[in-house]
Write a protein that binds this ligand. Structure first.
Ligand SMILES: Cc1cc2nc3c(=O)[nH]c(=O)nc-3n(C[C@H](O)[C@H](O)[C@H](O)COP(=O)(O)OP(=O)(O)OC[C@H]3O[C@@H](n4cnc5c(N)ncnc54)[C@H](O)[C@@H]3O)c2cc1C
Length: 662
């Protein structure tokens, strides 16, 4: 893309190295919300001492310090941007996502506490509650005067939240719900803000009313937990204790012993219970109702993905800057020792991760933009934009999964790339590793999320199937509609389409230029559709063989995950290619083009066995891709420091004085 011709091994003839204008590129990355990101950077720098305090304060003191910082941030307006202006918020969802993502450069206990208080607790009141709840709580929670928690997960169920055990039974004689934990597996667990600070909880429980002892499904209730710091009657809370990271957040377990709350404490945006105990909802199907409720909370998932990508930027910035200063061994011009970043291996370890960080940044920009559009619009989750919402949910799930895994991989590689120095806490990797680790699990376990993505792909986001559980989905996919799925994912048709856009006819995948974005995207699209069609076929075969649908799905799960990640990989590359194409011709575009090519070719290279198995990559071409990945790394090497500077991590957040220099 950035380069003009395919060069075999060395540098491209006619290639002129671009100059990176760091402020210009940072402005491009900051995008529409540059001012918001600048406000957060300023606040991060003002509170930079928290990074050290995470190491020096004991757990109790650190928790209090984190709370203090969160309340201070609230006073700047940074944490309330997504709430309606009439309650003191900023009325801009996109701005609130940008603010949260940027907080990912700093201490992540602060980030997670902000997420719990304003995203989960505040988000549930806003999205699941109605005006009475907004009037009662929003103003105080936006300022941090009222601290709350979001109590969904239980020890027994974290991913399968439809099976939660906590029960809320309506008592018409007193017009109250009685919230109860029937056994220890139904205790709320891992709940952020619960151990110390939350005065109220949004508690998810099975709603029971009337003579029917059967649950109407999981609903959210506002349950007071503490007054003036003391637990209220019927509430038992235990501290979850020390964690692998995020020790500035007070996670805890909650049990309810027949706790009575007013009927009005049901967050009744999607369902209500009348005074006499009659249950009403505009959404008749209980599964669909539940998934609609959960869907309104998608912002949390978008935010966690964005924060993880920004945490990766901290790691890659430190490692690249260090590699541009650190010398080890005489190699090219003895007796001088070479810089780490001049070694091909070091380039190979860091620069594809840098390219992928850029790719994920732009993919995240798309999903955050979609979120803003959908949630700022007048549409209703069950209305005309239902399909758009499902697509957004799938995209959010997939980007969160890839973004958080990328953080885990990048932080580890960058820690190793800094050698022993990387192990010292002052150089940030200790906290980054420990604190981001769980991002792959909370706001939805990544493997569970990718299964949701695959479900959307297999059912084409059809509204009738949105409420299907795994059994239902298998039955659907393997039922009458299976031919449709296979037809829709027809690889033959896809290849014909690709042949139309790429030169080379039947040999499109042998003759197209490796730097042609249409070729790169065609490869990822081919893989996506081929793998998805394979899943549909295997599901059908299993059912035809008389196996139980659950068993069939279980056997195909590895394939399901591959289909989902192949899909999201294609979306990520598409976002990057589109971004590069939208930049004015010039050096910035050339530099981004190099990164985009590196990301695309490294992605194909990483799965080259699959492409070769499926006849899309010859041995010679596979080797050529590896050569080009190396060549792109060499081209990017002189730009690398500028490219990490443009990521916009505040210097105070890098710390690492001996690694990054003054
Ligand atoms: C630090 C921290 C903070 C948290 N904060 C909150 C909070 O504030 N509020 C809240 O409600 N919750 C919170 N959680 C809970 C979190 O959301 C859950 O831990 C998460 O949803 C995963 O659930 P689980 O722990 O039950 O894991 P499980 O669902 O038991 O998953 C365990 C493993 O099994 C795999 N697995 C599960 N189902 C399947 C399947 N169908 N097929 C194949 N593999 C499967 C998963 O991929 C995973 O690897 C927090 C957790 C932590 C650790």
């Amino acid at each position: 893309m950035a380069t003009e011709t395919v060069a075999p091994a060395g540098e491209t003839p006619g290639y002129v190295q671009p100059t990176v204008d760091v402020p210009v590129l940072q402005r491009l990355l900051d995008g529409r919300y540059a001012e918001v990101r600048e406000l957060v950077r300023t606040n991060l720098a003002a509170n930079a001492s928290i990074l050290e305090e995470a190491e020096t304060l004991d757990r109790a003191a650190f928790r209090e310090r984190v709370k203090e910082v969160v309340v201070e941030l609230a006073a700047t307006g940074q944490t309330g941007m997504g709430f309606p202006e009439e309650y003191g918020g900023g009325g801009d969802i996109g701005a609130s996502v940008a603010a949260f993502e940027t907080l990912g450069f700093g201490d992540l206990s602060v980030l997670v506490k902000v997420g719990v208080q304003f995203g989960l607790f505040g988000g549930a009141i806003l999205q699941l509650g109605t005006k009475a709840h907004h009037d009662a709580y929003l103003r105080d929670l936006i300022t941090g005067r009222l601290m709350g928690c979001f109590a969904m997960s239980e020890s027994g169920h974290g991913s399968n939240v439809q099976r939660l055990g906590t029960v809320a039974t309506y008592d018409p004689t007193t017009e109250e719900f009685v919230v109860h934990t029937p056994d220890d597996s139904a205790r709320k667990d891992y709940i952020g803000n619960a151990a110390e600070h939350a005065e109220v909880g949004i508690v998810f429980a099975q709603l029971v009313t009337g003579d029917d002892p059967k649950s109407r499904g999981v609903h959210a209730f506002v349950v007071p937990l503490r007054r003036d710091g003391a637990l209220l009657p019927g509430i038992r809370i235990e501290d979850d204790g020390a964690k692998m990271g995020l020790n500035g957040v007070d996670n805890g377990r909650i049990w309810f012993h027949r706790v009575r709350i007013p009927r009005a404490n049901l967050l009744n945006q999607f369902a209500d219970v009348t005074v006499d105990g009659t249950y009403t909802s505009k959404i008749a199907n209980p599964d669909r109702r539940f998934f609609t409720m959960l869907g309104t909370l998608v912002q949390g998932r978008v935010c966690v993905g964005g924060a993880a990508i920004n945490a990766s930027k901290v790691a890659i910035a430190i490692a690249v800057k260090y590699a541009a200063r650190r010398r080890q061994f005489e190699a090219s011009a003895p007796p001088a020792e070479d810089l780490l970043l001049d070694y091909g291996l070091h380039q190979r370890r860091l620069l594809p991760l840098l390219a992928r960080t850029y790719a994920l940044h732009f993919a995240q920009e798309v999903v955050a933009g979609d979120l803003h559009e959908v949630f700022s619009g007048a549409g209703h989750p069950e209305g005309e934009d239902a399909q758009t919402r499902r697509e957004l949910e799938a995209r959010a799930a997939g980007t969160k999964a890839l973004g958080t895994w990328h953080a885990t991989e990048t932080i580890q590689e960058c820690r190793e790339a800094c050698g022993g120095a990387g192990y010292l806490a002052v150089n940030r990797f200790a906290a980054l590793k420990a604190d981001t680790d769980v991002f792959t699990t909370f706001e939805g376990d990544n493997h569970v999320l990718l299964q949701l993505v695959a479900k959307g792909l297999l059912t084409d986001y059809a509204s009738e199937f949105s409420d299907l559980d795994q059994f239902g989905m298998v039955r659907f996919v393997t039922g009458l509609a299976v031919e449709t799925v296979i037809e829709r994912t027809s690889v033959h048709k896809l290849v014909t389409r690709i042949k139309d856009v790429l030169p080379g006819g039947d040999r499109w995948d042998q003759e197209a230029g490796l730097f042609d974005p249409d070729y790169q995207l065609a490869m990822l699209r081919f893989r996506e559709e081929h793998v998805l069609a394979g899943v549909a076929r295997r599901l059908k075969r299993g059912i035809d063989d008389g196996l139980n649908p659950g068993e069939v799905f279980s056997r195909v799960q590895d394939h399901v995950i591959h289909a989902a990640s192949a899909h999201v990989e294609r979306l990520v590359l598409e976002a990057f290619v589109a971004k590069v194409a939208a930049v004015e011709p010039g050096d910035t575009r050339v530099a981004l083009g190099l990164l985009c090519d590196l990301h695309a070719l490294a992605t194909i290279e990483a799965d080259r066995a699959w492409f070769m198995e499926h006849g899309r990559l010859s041995v010679a071409r596979s080797k050529a891709i590896s050569r080009e990945v190396n060549a792109l790394c060499r081209k990017l090497r002189p730009l690398a420091v500028d490219l990490v500077d443009a990521l916009g991590v505040p210097p105070e957040m890098l710390r690492s004085p001996d690694l990054v220099g003054g």
